[in-house]
Ligand binder design. Structure first.
Ligand code: ATP
Ligand code: MG
Length: 331
């Protein structure tokens, strides 16, 4: 097997030494060693041991860390972060070449972090995605976790904002303190809620404290994982926030090449035969978000399945596009 694929596979393995998957991993290491691939088998072994250590730590620490705490003892009432299990992570993305390159750079730097450290360098760890809705900001964070093989946690800002602020500040600080021991991808999704939250009727002084706390936490972030924030509105974040990220990436609406790949990807998941020439729809779909394009394609497949059609015809694709376009024009 290609050694990069093998390493990627190993990065996604965690659990206990008794788990079947871990036993298979040990067999593969032995196998590679016997084939004379000593360097590879050593690398795989190091990846596996690190993951097993992390799993052990995670099991013990994460439960309390991510459930938040409350002076009133209702500990689980306002959890500030939720885990998305690995098998639920969305990761098959269509991105322009340029953005795909930036994603891969982040992933490669993270994987090479030990080598970088020997030269006094750190990988990019604080990433901000901005851009229009439905084009892959949240999904992008999940994909990074998937490819790097780290557990994925999403901070629930709405819980931070809507619960008692003083208490939330403490919880937020605690959350950040604790991730310094736990490698994970921490997503601060829809980060702009902080900037917008002045309109939520919160006390202005309190909101200032929250914004300052987040700036401080970003500045001080020194954890072994990645921190990813997302926002729709670049203008609502002040420059002080942008400066604190190692990489700021705009995820824009898909161009025609990406639209074509999104259609091909979505339709490739169906076994139904199709007689559609996608290229004739690219102009019509230009300007739509990736989410809308995926939804149109999925609707066409769903209606073919429900109507018991043996294949997907251009006419049903036309119909779904027209319905979607009409819906948008009426909005
Ligand atoms: N680049 C992409 N490649 C493949 N599918 C995508 C892409 N972007 C979006 N999608 C599809 O759209 C859905 C929504 O994407 P996502 O949640 O990442 O959007 P978002 O940019 O975070 O939007 P919002 O600003 O509304 O939170 C995904 O589950 C996926 O089906
Ligand atoms: Mg999102």
């Amino acid at each position: 097997m290609n050694k990069d694929i093998l390493k990627r596979l190993f990065r996604s393995i965690d659990g206990n030494p008794e788990d079947d998957i871990v036993k298979v991993a040990y067999d593969i290491i032995k196998d590679e060693e016997e084939k004379g691939h000593h360097v590879l088998s050593k690398q795989l072994s190091a990846i596996l041991e690190e993951n097993l250590q992390t799993s052990k730590k995670l099991g013990k620490e994460l439960k309390d860390i991510f459930s938040g705490s409350s002076a009133k003892g209702n500990a689980k009432e306002f959890p500030l972060a939720v885990q998305i299990p690995r098998d639920k992570l969305r990761h098959e993305m269509v991105l322009s070449k340029e953005i795909e390159g930036k994603f891969q750079r982040i992933e490669k730097e993270f994987v090479a972090r030990a080598r970088l450290a020997k030269h006094g360098l750190r990988p990019k760890q604080k990433i901000l995605f901005f851009g229009p809705p439905g084009c892959g900001k949240s999904m992008g964070a999940e994909r990074l976790a998937w490819n790097i093989g780290l557990p994925f946690y999403k901070v629930r800002f709405e819980a931070v904002i809507s619960s008692y602020l003083g208490e939330s500040l403490i919880n937020l600080k605690k959350l950040f303190d604790n991730i310094t021991h736990v490698p994970c991808v921490l997503l601060l999704d829809e980060f702009d809620i902080i900037a917008k939250s002045r309109n939520y009727g919160q006390d202005v002084g309190e909101m200032h404290r929250l914004v300052n706390m987040v700036l401080f936490l970003l500045e001080e972030y020194n954890a072994p994982g990645l921190l990813v924030a997302t926002t729709n509105l670049e203008t609502s974040l002040d420059k002080a926030v942008f400066r604190r990220f190692d990489e700021v990436i705009e995820i824009a609406k898909p161009g025609k090449d990406e639209i074509l790949r999104l259609l091909e990807m979505t339709f490739s998941s169906t076994k139904l035969p199709k007689e559609i020439d996608f290229s004739k729809y690219l102009d019509k779909l230009d300007g739509y978000s990736s989410a809308e394009i995926v939804k149109i394609a999925e609707n066409v497949i769903k209606s073919a399945v429900i109507d018991g059609n043996s294949g997907i015809e251009s006419s049903s694709f036309d119909k779904m596009i027209n319905e979607t376009i009409r819906f948008h024009e009426n909005k």
